[in-house]
Design a protein around this ligand. Structure first.
Ligand code: ZN
Length: 487
């Protein structure tokens, strides 16, 4: 007998320090699909929904696609957006009476009316379907997993890579567990163990220690599904932090819980291994000025990453590069809709003077620059690299401004440039630049590492700064490392 499985995505990583609220317009700017369009637009993509659909095809499920929504990380999700998206799922449940529900969530969504946004969604969905219908979700590695989330889910499955190159595989893991449950082969239970750790983004890279070993330990621990969640340090909520989550058959749940406990303890024991050194803005500019490698030097503006909710209009690094006289460089991407408007009004080939960036958060003052408009576009491109492959994303209306030998992409939507198509789609061949600047913390590594001769993680200001001492936390559980030495 064929099963009816309802699919939905309500995904947001909320940076509670951001002043930019996330409403329906921000979901529409990034990725928002309803009904049958969910299948048409996401089949074959390296996304969680793409993974759900692969398994649905194998299993011959009747799929009920409801909504797939994923906004660029930013400030608190409005009550309107949260209820609009949740209603799409709840209406689908009412109309289809599904045998199971698969959700693609982030796990660090904070909304106006529910600070545990994902716990709220899971509770509403699980109440709507009743106790006998399994509800399972894929989560980002940066999820802050709450008890409420675990209580109202029959399975939680996290990405095992950062850069997140296994998002589709994670969706597939969740869907395979759903298939086993629907077939009566699994009676699933979710177990959660925590460690008082709040690692900043760059420290969670999975090719580096300690995450590499912790993930290996989780993989070895049990044959059941174990996920290691680094947490999201920029969501100031009382369930923020590191967790290890297992999904096991009820009979095996306590053994799996013990395995999760061991990984969480190991993470805390090795807390010092998360700490990193970063390159100062001055050193980065000096090195860029002198760089004569065969392949480009990549400067990661790690703190002004829109993919972690930063404003993407920080000017500190660009200002230093211009002052140092760096040329043959390209930067992706500065968020400044007004500057794009001015460039469009001036026209391609013309000079334009703008007050660039620095309008949103405390990450540098606006830069008064004069540049030549080289290109105007709709800023839309499709990822070809290993991450979110096949997914269409957009900077919105985009201008390429050449300022003293630096090609600066200026966009109208906040969108992390982690795929080389960000450059290529705008007429820039990244391999031929001497210096590349990316507003990205870790994700760029998946596709750019093979193209460049060196990478520097530059300690800029911004809402993804690895220096957590600058954030005014009110809710995260204390003590927690690295805010507190001993927990
Ligand atoms: Zn993430």
């Amino acid at each position: 007998m064929s099963h009816t499985v309802l699919i939905g995505q309500i995904e947001h990583e909320t940076n509670t320090f951001s002043s930019l609220p996330t409403g329906m317009a921000e979901f529409a700017d990034a990725s928002l699909h309803y009904g049958e369009d969910v299948i048409a637009d996401l089949t074959g993509t390296n996304t969680a929904v793409g993974g759900f659909l692969r398994v649905a095809d194998d299993e011959g499920w009747d799929v009920v696609p409801t909504v797939a929504a994923d906004a660029t990380p930013g400030g608190t999700v409005t009550a309107d957006a949260r209820s609009t998206l949740l209603e799409a799922v709840l209406t689908g449940i009412e109309e289809s009476n599904p045998d199971g529900v698969l959700l693609a969530l982030h796990g660090a969504m904070v909304s106006e009316a529910a600070r545990d946004g994902d716990g709220y969604v899971l509770e509403r969905v699980s109440r709507a379907v009743g106790d006998d219908v399994p509800v399972m979700a894929s989560l980002d590695l940066h999820a802050n997993v709450s008890d409420r989330m675990a209580d109202h889910a029959d399975g939680l499955f996290g990405y095992r890579t950062y850069p997140h190159v296994d998002i589709g595989d994670t969706g597939e893991r969740a869907a395979r567990a759903m298939a086993a449950t629907l077939d009566g082969d699994l009676d699933p239970e979710v177990v959660v163990e925590r460690a008082p750790l709040l690692p900043p983004l760059p420290e969670l890279r999975t090719a580096a220690e300690p995450m590499r070993s912790l993930l290996a330990a989780a993989a070895d621990a049990e044959e059941e599904d174990v996920s290691v969640f680094g947490g999201f340090a920029y969501a100031d909520v009382d369930h923020a932090g590191f967790s290890v989550v297992g999904v096991a058959d009820r009979e095996r749940a306590e053994a799996v819980r013990a395995a999760c406990r061991d990984v969480a303890d190991e993470a805390y024991d090795r807390r010092g291994a998360f700490d990193r050194d970063y390159t100062s803005v001055g050193d980065a500019a000096a090195e860029a000025a002198a760089w004569d490698g065969d392949d480009p030097l990549l400067l990661a503006d790690i703190s002004d990453n829109p993919g972690g909710g930063s404003a993407q209009d920080g000017t500190v690094l660009l200002e230093a590069l211009l002052e140092a006289g760096v040329e043959d460089a390209a930067l992706a991407t500065m968020y400044d809709p007004a500057a794009v408007e001015a460039a469009a009004a001036a026209g391609v080939g013309e000079e334009v003077s703008v007050s660039l960036g620095g309008h949103t958060e405390a990450n540098g003052d606006p830069l008064d620059v004069t540049g030549r408009v080289r290109l105007l576009s709709d800023g839309t491109y499709r990822n070809r690299g290993p991450m979110s492959t096949g997914l269409e994303v957009s900077f919105g209306r985009t201008a390429l401004l050449e300022v003293d030998g630096v090609d600066v992409l200026v966009g109208s939507h906040r969108q992390q440039p982690y795929d080389p198509e960000a450059f290529r789609s705008q007429g820039i061949t990244p391999e031929r630049e001497r210096v590349l600047v990316l507003k990205s913390t870790v994700h760029y590594r998946a596709a750019f590492e093979p193209l460049v001769g060196g990478i520097r993680e530059v300690a800029t200001p911004g809402l993804c700064s690895p220096d957590l001492s600058g954030f005014a936390y009110e809710h995260v559980p204390r003590p927690i490392y690295p805010l507190d030495d001993d927990a």
